[in-house]
Write a protein that binds this ligand. Structure first.
Ligand code: FEO
Ligand code: CA
Ligand code: CA
Ligand code: CA
Length: 584
């Protein structure tokens, strides 16, 4: 066998082998601690978590359920202190309540579910050993829930398509649901994508525009429509249109009203990540996580102002309110060159009040963005999740999680950008903007990884020796370290009968495509929200114990509390025992 290649800078750690342990596994020499768990108090006076006596009032002051995205901003001060933003994607009531009756949830259970959604903003501190904990007294600490008031802004705000009987202005929405991934902006705010919002609503009227977003007739799974009328689309059809946006939260002002940005379009947003152009335009890259849906970008009209003066901050908070929305078309250059690669085009959909889509007004483009993508012939992708620029060089990486419908009868077949039929394990594309200008309309692209068990001949690891890589499936969230390496967290590694994890990937030189596992998460969990700094790694451990037939009487996991405890989604901090740098 060939001698193993030396580890690239920043990826020098002992590879964690695939496993099915009920634990977070990290490389030898690394330590870990749980920063915050579902139910932990994050506001003064919040009660301690009590699984069997949970209340909505307690939940609204405690960390929510199923944290997904994780973002941090360093704060000034003598201690090492950050503000942490987590979003709470969704609830799993059958794992949250004993004897849960899905046919007849109690009003209090519904209200706990509403309060367990949304966001947590919380200050965290790191001690000398490297452990991180929550400062419950942090002045920025805040819970945003399924009942918090949001402002709709941008070109579709106030549209008749967004008005309801409770909000005739079409500008004020209660709550945010199914926030999946997100982004940390250069101007010091957090973004979060509303993803599978259809599942909260009941009784969708027959309307192709509702169907395109998955809204269905009949009762919803959670039954919230029995408690709040707005979840009944037969009574409030436009309420559906008020979800599916990118939201922005200013963590420095706990009294600020979070915003839903209509200029970034409405779809099943995974997240939004920002690159600044040379002039300072904010370019947001975004994926629509559904089989055969699209990749988008938004380019702001205005440019970012530097500094944290009040005027600069107010200006920057409006950057995502006005600009141009594009969708991507990928064109392959043929298989003859032995590579999956080609060129592409950003197709303009709308800018301000101008639509570029025949037969649709600008308001319709923003509210029914998927339909606009359909009309202009955007490329149908294999579930675009994180779409994120590498700060080292601006190259944009796309996690295409999987798509087992690719090539099925009546569905789109493989193309060069989505080359595998029955794509169980997903792939990763690298996109390079023409002239390195993120505001432009053309790009080139190539596939970096075709995921799976490296023994599977359909896999590809950037041309790197497959005997030296970890099995990886269902790439979901992306991050970059300060050395320019890519980090990938996975969702659904059950496809390879192993727990999900976090993987470091080299992008340059002879080790390009070298993919090695850095950590794994407990049974039933998904790894999300990675943050990789020189000194620590944060991950979200989402839905631990979510396995078939699990219930509070038969937990699928006891992580993180151990013993006979119920599983609790949490943020985990990983650091070097010797306080050295990650991967060095
Ligand atoms: Fe919530 Fe696209 O995963
Ligand atoms: Ca995700
Ligand atoms: Ca080619
Ligand atoms: Ca996912």
């Amino acid at each position: 066998a060939p001698a193993p290649s030396p580890a690239p800078y920043g990826l020098d750690y002992a590879t964690v082998p695939p496993n099915t342990d009920d634990a977070v596994r990290v490389p030898g020499g690394y330590a870990q601690n749980v920063v915050v768990r579902w139910g932990d108090p994050i506001l003064p006076g919040a009660p301690e978590f009590d699984f069997d006596h949970q209340t909505a009032a307690a939940q609204a002051r405690q960390f929510g359920y199923n944290n997904d995205f994780c973002g941090i901003l360093l704060l000034e001060g003598p201690l090492r202190r950050w503000v942490l933003f987590s979003n709470h994607e969704y609830t799993i009531e059958p794992l949250m309540f004993r004897d849960y009756d899905a046919e007849a949830p109690t009003e209090e259970q519904v209200r706990i579910g509403l309060a367990a959604h949304g966001h947590s903003v919380v200050e965290i501190v790191r001690d000398r050993e490297g452990r991180m904990t929550v400062d419950v007294q942090g002045p920025r600490n805040r819970r945003i829930t399924g009942s918090t008031e949001f402002l709709l802004d941008g070109p579709a705000a106030g549209s008749p398509l967004l008005r309801t009987s409770a909000d005739p202005t079409g500008t004020l929405v209660l709550g945010t649901f199914n926030n999946c991934a997100g982004g940390t902006t250069p101007w010091g705010t957090f973004l979060s994508g509303e993803e599978n919002v259809d599942q909260y609503f009941a009784n969708a009227p027959a309307d192709p525009r509702l169907a395109r977003y998955g809204f269905e007739p009949g009762p919803s799974e959670r039954g919230w429509e029995t408690v709040e009328r707005r979840f009944d689309l037969a009574q409030e059809p436009n309420e559906a249109n008020r979800f599916g946006w990118v939201v922005e939260v200013d963590p420095h002002d706990p009294h600020s009203r979070p915003v839903k940005h209509t200029a970034l379009g409405r779809f099943k947003h995974e997240g939004a990540t920002i690159r600044l152009s040379k002039e300072g335009h904010a370019v947001a890259y975004m994926g629509d996580d559904e089989r055969f849906d699209y990749v988008y970008k938004f380019v702001s009209s205005a440019t970012m102002r530097k500094g944290q003066s009040r005027r600069a901050r107010e200006h920057n908070l409006s950057l995502l309110s006005d600009g141009t929305l594009y969708v991507a078309r990928f064109t392959g250059d043929g298989a003859e060159d032995g590579e999956y690669d080609g060129s592409g085009e950003w197709i303009k959909l709308a800018a301000g009040s101008t639509s570029f889509v025949p037969g649709m007004t600008a308001e319709e483009v923003y509210v029914f963005t998927r339909e606009a993508g359909d009309k202009v012939g955007a490329t149908k992708m294999d579930r675009p999740e994180d779409v994120e620029p590498n700060p080292a060089n601006g190259h944009v990486f796309l996690a295409l999680t999987n798509n087992t419908d690719r090539g099925k009868a009546g569905k789109a077949g493989p193309d060069e950008a989505n080359p595998r039929a029955d794509n169980k394990h997903g792939h990763v594309i690298e996109l390079v903007e023409a002239d390195d200008d993120p505001t432009g309309t053309s790009f080139t692209w190539s596939i970096l990884l075709v995921c799976g068990d490296p023994a599977d001949p359909s896999t590809y690891f950037g041309g790197f020796d497959k005997s030296q890589v970890s099995p990886i499936t269902s790439p979901d969230n992306l991050a970059f370290d300060t050395h320019g390496n890519l980090w990938i967290s996975t969702d659904s590694s059950q496809a390879l009968e192993q727990n999900d994890g976090l993987f470091g990937v080299s992008l340059t030189g002879e080790t390009r495509g070298r993919t090695t596992q850095f950590l794994s998460v407990p049974i039933g969990a998904e790894t999300c929200g990675p943050v990789v700094t020189d000194d620590f790694v944060l991950v979200s451990v989402q839905h631990p114990g979510d396995v078939d037939d699990a219930s509070p009487d038969r937990p699928g996991s006891h992580w993180p509390d151990g013993g006979s405890a119920q599983p609790r989604p949490a943020v985990v901090n990983v650091y070097r025992e010797d306080r050295g740098r990650i991967g060095i």
